[in-house]
Design a protein around this ligand. Sequence first.
Ligand code: PGA
Length: 258
Amino acid sequence: MEIIVKETVEEMSKCAARVVARTLNAKPNAVLGLATGSTPLGLYKELVRMHKEEGLDFSQVTTFNLDEYVGLTQNHPQSYHYFMHENLFKHINIPKQNIYIPSGTTDNYAAFCQWYEQRIMECGGIDLQILGIGSDGHIAFNEPTSSLGSRTRIKTLAKQTIEDNARFFDAMEQVPIYAITMGVGTILEAEKIILLANGVKKAAAVAAAIEGPVTSMITASALQLHRDTMFIIDREAASNLKMLEYYEWIQAKMPNAP
Ligand code: PGA
């Protein structure tokens, strides 16, 4: 794992955007795995700027989103469909038919989940997966005790997640209880992964994911088994890391490595 600590959320976002741009420059028809939530907003803003000002091209890109709330229609302002269109897709030149987001309103979730997994495979797998992390250590909606081999499926959200998400809804009763989410096993098949985290509220989860044991109690800890994961985090999110000095030493010495 590579741990990159940035002073601000803006620097964190720009660093992640540079990795995405490098991926697209090397492989214009790359498959991106995308996340929602407040964390990747700065990344998407920077990608939009790069598209508009520097011609970053999405015309051959395919995207798969991690998750969606069950029961929210695509145009519900809190749906992840809506979030992605507002914050990224409507500002870039990605063809509509190349965008995949799990459906929160299908009448056959089991069949949909199987189809979603199959589409990822048919598109050649995910080249670069963007992740956030929940304060309970989840990636996508893989809540504590999710199988580390799990695939796309319906999950019942943890109370902590429902409480964390309540800020986006008018009332607690409106916060969805179920979500459709890629599994930990699905995520681990991505070629490269970037996990973003900022703020002191994420510090405990980040430390557990990087330095704790691999455990389904912190599904982000499964990333320790992945061969090419970068944690790009701000200083507050890094504040519980025991080996912080070492990670910064590595980053400082990396340019001169043979
Ligand atoms: P956040 O959510 O980016 O809104 O903090 C992250 C997550 O729950 O995965």
